[in-house]
Design a protein around this ligand. Structure first.
Ligand code: FES
Length: 109
């Protein structure tokens, strides 16, 4: 079942920025990378730090706590001390809004 949630208007979502969407069950980090949108879980798989506070480096996010690195595109872990991938979420653009499906999780593990 889908649960599409508005993230931001396309016109208000600047390239190479992110927005956080919080539901009862999860916190999702949504990125605009040069006009392509991606959504990953906002929780490091090492010790649960919020990735929104991490450094954006190209299409990768670096955890602010111990430096694990993840692909924003696939959720794949790229550098320790984390060893588990992040969940990713479907994204769409509808009526000028970027939306994320918070119910669906894609686990690439
Ligand atoms: S909590 Fe993210 S690397 Fe440790």
């Amino acid at each position: 079942m889908s649960d599409w949630i508005d993230v931001a208007a396309v016109d208000d979502f600047a390239p190479n920025t992110c927005h956080v969407v919080t539901t009862d069950e999860t916190s999702i980090l949504v990125f605009n990378l040069d006009g392509r949108y991606y959504a990953i879980e906002n929780r490091c798989t090492h010790e649960s730090a919020e990735l929104v506070d991490g450094a954006l480096e190209g299409d990768e996010i670096v955890c602010p706590l111990h430096g694990a690195r993840f692909s924003i595109v696939t959720g794949a872990v790229l550098a320790p001390p984390a060893y588990e991938n992040l969940n990713t979420f479907p994204i769409r653009v509808s009526n000028g809004w970027v939306e994320v499906d918070a119910e669906a999780e894609w686990d690439i593990a």
